[in-house]
Write a protein that binds this ligand. Structure first.
Ligand code: GAL
Length: 680
């Protein structure tokens, strides 16, 4: 079961109007002399800022020595913000340990895969499993909660910061001890561990728990189940830290909701957020645009998945950027309108707060070239003017606050275990990219104008007519049964190459691929046939495949070949199959088609499942539709994905927000329009 069960949202002081969207940033006043704080708050009000995240990296300033605490500056900032009607999402300040702590206790420093110490000098240099770090961190959390638990500005707690951004994999002795305890709890006996890890291979059989290690630098490929379990353990170790901080906060301030900022974006894959989502009162996410032709699709995909992990309830966009970041090889400024479009896309998928890293661009330090709400140029700047415009837009969108996601009829399944396992080493190809394949499908759906939810594999499938499960590599028996039941009840399942291959222990389902899904799909594959980088194969569908092919044999008479290979080693063999099963169907795609190839396949899949675009033909693709639903009706977010004007025909509704919409529904480049439609 995913999603936050509590669903407690920001605590609102009595005088704050209900039903508004949050707008703000990480605020780091400790980087600036006190005179700047008044200017900050004045400009925040001008921009419509109503919430900031405070004290994220303030440990050294709050506790300059083991027994010295300096809260006075933070008291002042909290009071100042409150006096100006700005709420605070207060960090527990544990993200970056101060120099005195790492000098006194170098044993809290992480150790990398190769056995090298990760030294202080940046941030997040702590072992998730260090008892010494935990003790110091919780002492700080307690001090923060005791000091600010009653402060009227306090709206929520922000545990640490982006847990695992830099320290998810730690191979230290502390990690080894905790890994053994985790394995013991999971397997109960060394014999069961040996069985699960297939240690008969390469003479790895363990006789005692003490012999078990994290998958440190080794002579060749380390045991795959050991690697997979270490990934699961590492995610759990950070989750455990989250829970430990939360326990202190819940004890001292039971009415204040607790969150921590996830990083559902790009290839950040160490934290299983589907598993973490139930640990926070409301889900928060950070998102930075990944440059490239599919950047907007990736943003939409991430926001969509975040909304699913929030259980369809509102969530909090804790960070994104007003313009360029500083950590890509080349950092581009955002084009006019892009910041608002990005922000509103997050809102479209359920964000009830839009916040940035950070409020004022730093003059020094590692992130001084990262954009902010107030750039180096000051408030007399395009960036600040567009920030203030966005503040006004979000105010106009207040009625959207609190509304929930309206389910789509199509879903793309996203599964952390399959992500981790399918990309392990010593596989048929090292080129496979799990998230990219999922994103390719999502891009194709967007291009076809088909609204789709991105869901976790533990979510209920039954509400969807079309379920796309790309590279669903790890299929335990229970998941195979759920998929069979889904299809029998009328669902249309589509899966791809390297799916159904292993069980939860990363052991191959025997008898031919795709293992756990073989009978359902009515096909059998004896050998994989991955492609070298420079090889493409052609399909009679008019599409080309890369990366992977399979030697597919049809084993059931009712399987229909949707497309065959016309070139390469598999020429003449099936490339894509579909089989009617029960009231639904099960389809298999044996190669990587990419978004363009998938666009050719989608009409077949849509026709089979009866799914149709909700926007009129032609507009879908140019305009992305996301729907939030409230007690009286739906909010349709129409997002112009192009750099030109697009007219949307045939959609009725009351325009809630779209400043420059004069006549009809013509969206300017990168413009977003929100329509309210009462339910019939
Ligand atoms: C996030 C982090 C922020 C800032 C930002 C820059 O990962 O939480 O503190 O570093 O990235 O893009």
């Amino acid at each position: 079961m995913t999603g936050n069960p509590g669903g407690r949202w920001l605590r609102r002081p009595a005088e704050t109007p209900r039903g508004r969207l949050g707008f703000g940033a990480d605020y780091n006043p400790e980087q600036w002399p006190q005179e700047v704080w008044e200017d900050d708050v004045r400009a925040m009000r001008q921009a419509g800022v109503n919430i900031v995240s405070l004290a994220i990296f303030s440990w050294a300033r709050l506790q300059p020595r083991p027994d010295a605490w300096t809260f006075d500056w933070l008291d002042q900032v909290m009071d100042l913000l409150h006096a100006n009607g700005i709420a605070v999402d207060l960090a527990t300040a544990t993200a970056s340990p101060p120099p005195w702590l790492t000098t006194l206790h170098p044993e809290i420093l992480p150790v990398d895969h190769d056995g090298r110490t990760v030294w202080p000098g940046a941030r997040q240099h702590w072992r998730p499993t260090s008892p010494v770090f935990r003790e110091h961190a919780l002492r700080l959390v307690r001090a923060m909660a005791e000091r600010y638990g009653e402060h009227p500005a306090l709206a929520a707690w922000h545990v640490s910061n982006e847990l695992g951004c830099h320290n998810v994999y730690d191979f230290s002795d502390d990690a080894a001890t905790a890994f053994r305890a985790w394995l013991r709890a999971k397997y109960g006996s060394v014999q069961a561990l040996n069985q699960a890890w297939a240690t008969a291979f390469w003479s790895q059989t363990y006789g005692d728990w003490q012999e078990v290690l994290p998958p440190r630098l080794a002579a060749s490929f380390t045991n795959p189940t050991q690697q997979l379990d270490f990934k699961r353990f590492s995610s759990d170790a950070l989750k455990d830290h989250l829970r430990a901080e939360r326990a202190v906060l819940n004890e001292l301030t039971p009415d204040i909701p607790v969150t921590t900022n996830f990083m559902i974006m790009g290839e950040t894959k160490g934290m299983n957020y589907a598993d973490w989502a139930g640990e926070v009162d409301f889900v928060s996410n950070d998102h930075y645009v990944q440059p490239g032709p599919r950047a907007q699709d990736e943003l939409s995909f991430s926001a969509n998945l975040t909304g699913s992990l929030a259980g369809g309830r509102p969530w909090f966009l804790m960070e994104h950027s007003t313009s360029a970041v500083n950590w890509q090889p080349v950092n581009h400024a955002k084009r006019p309108g892009a910041m608002a479009r990005d922000s509103l896309t997050h809102v479209a998928y359920g964000a009830d707060a839009v916040c940035f890293f950070q409020w004022r661009q730093s003059a020094g330090g590692a992130e001084m070239y990262h954009s902010a709400m107030v750039p180096h140029a000051g408030t007399d700047s395009e960036v600040f003017r567009s920030v203030a415009d966005l503040g006004a837009t979000l105010e106009a969108l207040a009625p959207v606050a609190g509304t929930r996601r309206r389910r789509a009829r199509t879903a793309v399944v996203f599964d952390w275990d399959s992500w981790w396992a399918s990309e392990l080493d010593s596989h048929p190809t090292s080129r496979l990219r799990y998230r990219q394949e999922a994103l390719d499908w999502y891009s194709a759906l967007l291009a076809a104008g088909v609204r789709a939810d991105v869901i976790d594999a533990a979510d209920s499938f039954g509400d969807y007519d079309l379920l796309i499960a790309p590279i669903l590599h790890v299929v335990p028996r229970a998941l195979a049964d759920r998929l069979s039941a889904y299809v029998a009840d009328g669902g249309h399942l589509v899966t791809t190459y390297f799916s159904g291959i292993v069980d939860e222990n990363d052991h191959v389902w025997l008898g031919g691929y795709p293992g756990a899904l073989r009978d359902l799909l009515g096909i059998r594959i004896e050998e994989f046939a991955p492609l070298p980088d420079d090889e493409r194969v052609h399909l009679d569908l008019g599409a080309t495949g890369t990366l992977w092919t399979d030697r597919v044999e049809v084993t059931e008479h009712d399987v229909k070949v949707v497309a065959s290979y016309t070139s390469g080693d598999q020429a003449g063999r099936p490339a894509i199959t579909t089989r009617p099963v029960g009231l639904g169907s099960a389809s298999y795609v044996s190669t990587r088609l990419g978004p363009d190839g998938l666009a050719r396949l989608l009409p077949h899949l849509l026709a089979t499942s009866g799914v149709e675009p909700e926007l009129s033909a032609g507009v879908g693709g140019a305009v992305e539709l996301a729907v939030r639903t409230g007690p009286d009706g739906d909010y349709w977010f129409l997002i112009n994905r192009t750099d030109g004007a697009v007219t949307v025909a045939g959609v009725e509704g009351e325009v809630v927000q779209a400043p420059s919409l004069a006549t009809g529904l013509t969206l300017g480049p990168r413009q977003v329009c929100v329509l309210f439609r009462t339910r019939a």
